[in-house]
Design a binder for this molecule. Structure first.
Ligand SMILES: Nc1ncnc2c1ncn2[C@@H]1O[C@H](COP(=O)(O)OP(=O)(O)O)[C@@H](O)[C@H]1O
Ligand SMILES: [Mg+2]
Length: 359
């Protein structure tokens, strides 16, 4: 038996793909280490703005578990979009969609000749990533969202039940199975757009008006009062209920982890160091045209700085900015390359951004 990875080992691996987000990475690393050791562990809810790395973290975990044969053998993981649950909730048994996928995945791992029992055994110890969980709100404003309610119920069924009715697939002979799903680990993530503003309003002008006290600082010789707001300090379960997560559903999460908004230094690192970065994509493209692509550190900093101006997009802004910068270069790379090398300097970034600003 190979040694199981420690939380620190796991975090180190995840950090190759996920920049920043230390708290979320650590939380997930501990949960995975427990899970791989065959222990039960509480469900995790990840909340972070769009483009902060929620899906990236889930994918990194998926890759990490798939890459090493020992870990792949010890884990069954599925990642699905919460909307799928909403759609499938209409038909069939609650939770069946998730179980069916886990079983499919376990069967892929064990081989088609594997019997039903071992497949089921693996599936019910699986890990379930639900992305965009904020899309299954029980209500949106005052209007109930039936698909969301059903989807939350379906998940709840799996999160708390030791006897979930499930129709055995044809290959397993059909018939009704009662599945103990209490060993599943759920990691759900969502942007919960609007939550930040809702909580800010609550503690400044709403129900808890005045709770957020201005801090007084001296700036350039003047006394300035500022409201320093961080969702982490003020988020309460009631805010998530108001958003549309039912108390029963929310109650099944042991940890709620808030991801950080990414700043310029993180954006720079993402651009330069992550395998799926826009920079690597550009390198591949130019290489396919027989041209080596190079970029100066100052040009990279300029791109990160521009991306940081669009906090709503998170790291997605890097792609948006870089696309604008590269537009002409991608069209006719030969024209800009010297001796087979195309080098992007800060001045060219500046010029490209100036030319495309506002349109
Ligand atoms: N913390 C991060 N570390 C590395 N890359 C990130 C990070 N956050 C976002 N990205 C990059 O930005 C893009 C969007 O990130 P994603 O994880 O899909 O965001 P979301 O939080 O909305 O799920 C991806 O291309 C990803 O590579
Ligand atoms: Mg995402």
């Amino acid at each position: 038996v190979t040694q199981l990875p420690s939380p620190a080992d796991i975090a180190k691996r995840l950090e190759k793909q996920v920049i920043g987000q230390r708290i979320a990475v650590r939380e997930l690393a501990v949960a995975l280490a427990k899970k791989l050791g065959g222990l039960r562990t509480g469900n995790v809810l990840l909340i972070g703005s769009s483009g902060s790395g929620k899906t990236t973290l889930m994918r990194a975990t998926e890759r990490f578990l798939a890459q090493e044969p020992a870990l792949a053998a010890a884990s069954t993981l599925v990642r699905l979009h919460a909307n799928v649950l909403g759609e499938e909730a209409e038909s069939g048994r609650p939770g069946a969609a998730v179980l069916a996928r886990l079983i499919e995945r376990a069967r892929e791992r064990l081989g088609l000749q594997a019997a039903w029992e071992p497949v089921l055994e693996r599936a019910r110890h699986g890990i379930v990533f639900i992305d965009e969980v904020d899309k299954i709100r029980a209500h949106v404003g005052d209007r109930p969202n039936v698909a969301g309610i059903r989807a939350q119920e379906a998940l709840l069924t799996l999160m708390e039940n030791e006897a979930v009715p499930f129709d055995r697939p044809a290959w397993a002979g059909g018939g009704l199975e009662s599945v103990d799903s209490s060993d599943l680990l759920f990691v759900c993530g969502g942007a919960f757009e609007g939550l930040y503003d809702a909580v800010y309003d609550r503690v400044t002008i709403g129900r808890d008006r005045g709770a957020l006290k201005p801090t007084t600082t001296v700036e350039q010789g003047k006394v300035v009062e500022r409201l320093r707001f961080s969702l982490r300090d003020w988020l309460r379960p009631e805010d998530l209920f108001a958003y549309g997560m039912t108390p029963q559903f929310f109650g099944r999460f042991d940890a709620v982890v808030l991801l950080e908004d990414l700043g310029e230094p993180e954006l720079l690192k993402i651009f330069l160091e992550t395998p799926d970065s826009a920079l690597n994509a550009a390198r591949s493209y130019f290489k396919s045209r027989g041209i080596e692509f190079a970029i100066s550190p100052a040009a990279v900093r300029r791109i990160a700085k521009e991306a940081a101006l669009q906090p709503r997009l998170g790291a997605r802004a890097l792609r948006e900015v870089f696309r604008r910068v590269l537009r002409d270069f991608e069209y006719e790379p030969e024209r800009y390359a010297k001796n087979g090398v195309l080098t992007l300097e800060e001045a060219e970034v500046e010029a490209a951004l100036g030319a495309t600003r506002g349109g």
